[in-house]
Design a protein around this ligand. Structure first.
Ligand SMILES: Cc1cc2nc3c(=O)[nH]c(=O)nc-3n(C[C@H](O)[C@H](O)[C@H](O)COP(=O)(O)OP(=O)(O)OC[C@H]3O[C@@H](n4cnc5c(N)ncnc54)[C@H](O)[C@@H]3O)c2cc1C
Length: 411
């Protein structure tokens, strides 16, 4: 190869994939050594809690870079190899098996691990969901239609609840705080999620944490903080992710709920970048955020790969963050970052089982949560990019075609 440099990618998920892809797209002709500690080719995780659990997708549907694109990337691919340390002075990574590789740039795309319950011993009836193997274990356990207790009313917990319920399981969701997905959505969307799950027969317990977990060959018993007890056959713990930042911390990089980076993925070491779920990035408003989403992993990886090649990346041009979830027959998409102080304008189109919440600040739409309304998301994305909006009252009319509404710049 004409370029003598070696770029190393640590971690083979969505973020790593977009680093490799972008490097080649942007013309990098050097060597790319890509380490992944899982035994598989890089795969994506969103289907694990959805189609995989319901036996609607096999591994081939998850593969991030199928052939022939995979071969075209001309990678030095090292599956099943875990990076154990980084020698920053020598610019080398060392794997657990003792192999070492020198790098000119290193991309940490390490993701995270599912948080477990402190003080609760591992047990075959207590499962988490992060990997393909986790999904296979849960899928297999769901076959016997167990009574499923789900701890955590966030996205993973709710998707597992929906899949298990769809498979005919009796499901109880226990959430410690007062509403579902409290960290990521305003009350209107939490209420919608609650109504949906209850309508499907899920027993949702809010505002009550777990005091004790007893798992044995007969089942799992949860004692809640308020004293209630719940009996199930299986407990799925969906209480968040712990970022894989220890490797970076041990190498002296700045960490704290993820690896600290600037807006283009640079750590305090000019040769090391961090992207995706493991990165805690600086944002335009001066705050930091560690965002766990498929699109964020892609965006950060593209930006960092460009940075390593000396190219700039206009993060503002990426538009607002976007996230989706599928539960039962509903597709939910979230564009932007709604806050509780924003005015909510709701649009209901019962004939399409669609519901859209617009989150507004003055005449501007800042964010939108859309249930079964992907088209509306695309229209709002356009409005936000142009900073031109329709009159907010017009949004409510279910007969109005959003694409045809007249728009204007806010005064
Ligand atoms: C069940 C599930 C459902 C999801 N659904 C959605 C969804 O509907 N919408 C959405 O937007 N997002 C969803 N997400 C989140 C999304 O999948 C993640 O944000 C995304 O996978 C992050 O990609 P990543 O590359 O940063 O991390 P990962 O995908 O976790 O990849 C990191 C990889 O690095 C490996 N690794 C760690 N340490 C080392 C090491 N020392 N050496 C080598 N390799 C290492 C890990 O094993 C892993 O393979 C879901 C996640 C899960 C788990």
């Amino acid at each position: 190869m004409s370029d003598p440099r070696t770029f190393v990618i640590a971690g083979a998920g969505q973020a790593g994939r977009w680093v490799a892809w972008t490097l080649r797209q942007e013309g990098f002709a050097g060597r790319i050594v890509w380490f992944g500690d899982e035994a598989h080719v890089p795969y994506e995780r969103p289907p694990l809690s959805k189609a995989v659990l319901k036996d609607e997708a096999g591994f081939e549907r998850l593969v991030l870079v199928p052939e022939p694109k995979w071969s075209e990337l001309a990678l030095d691919w090292r599956p099943g190899q875990r990076i154990a340390s980084i020698d920053r002075a020598a610019r080398r990574v060392v794997t657990e098996s003792g192999e070492d590789v020198a790098y000119d740039a290193l991309f940490l795309a390490l993701g995270g691990v599912a948080r477990t319950l402190p003080g609760v011993a591992p047990h075959a009836r207590i499962l988490t969901l992060r990997t393909w193997e986790d999904a296979l274990a849960l899928k297999s356990a769901l076959k016997g239609r167990p009574r499923v207790l789900v701890l955590g009313g966030g996205w993973i917990g709710l998707e597992v609840a929906a899949s298990a319920r769809t498979l005919g399981c009796e499901v109880t969701v226990v959430e410690a705080v007062a509403r579902l997905c409290q960290r990521t959505v305003p009350p209107a969307v939490s209420t919608h999620l609650l109504e949906t799950h209850r309508a499907h027969g899920v027993d949702v317990r809010l505002g009550d944490g777990v005091r004790e977990v007893v798992a044995n060959e007969d089942g799992v018993k949860l004692t809640l903080g308020g004293g209630a007890t719940l009996q199930g056959d299986l407990l799925v713990v969906g209480i968040g992710l712990v970022a894989n930042d220890r490797l970076a911390a041990a190498a002296g990089l700045a960490v704290g709920n993820g690896i600290h980076t600037d807006a283009q993925g640079r750590t305090k070491d000019a040769a090391i970048y961090a992207v995706g779920d493991c990165a805690n990035a600086l944002r335009g408003n001066g705050t930091r955020a560690r965002i766990e989403s498929w699109e964020n992993a892609q965006r950060q990886a593209v930006a960092a790969a460009k940075a390593a090649l000396g190219l700039t990346h206009d993060a503002a041009a990426d538009g607002p963050p976007w996230f989706w979830s599928d539960q039962y027959d509903d597709n939910l998409q979230l564009l932007g970052e709604p806050t509780e102080s924003m005015r909510v304008v709701e649009r209901n189109v019962p004939a399409k089982r669609s519901r859209v919440f617009f989150f507004c600040d003055g005449a501007r739409i800042k964010a939108v949560a859309a249930i079964n309304a992907g088209r509306e998301i695309r229209v709002v994305r356009k409005w936000i990019a142009q900073d031109r909006y329709p009159g907010l009252d017009a949004l409510v009319d279910p007969a109005a075609d959003l694409n045809k509404l007249p728009v204007q710049a806010p005064a």
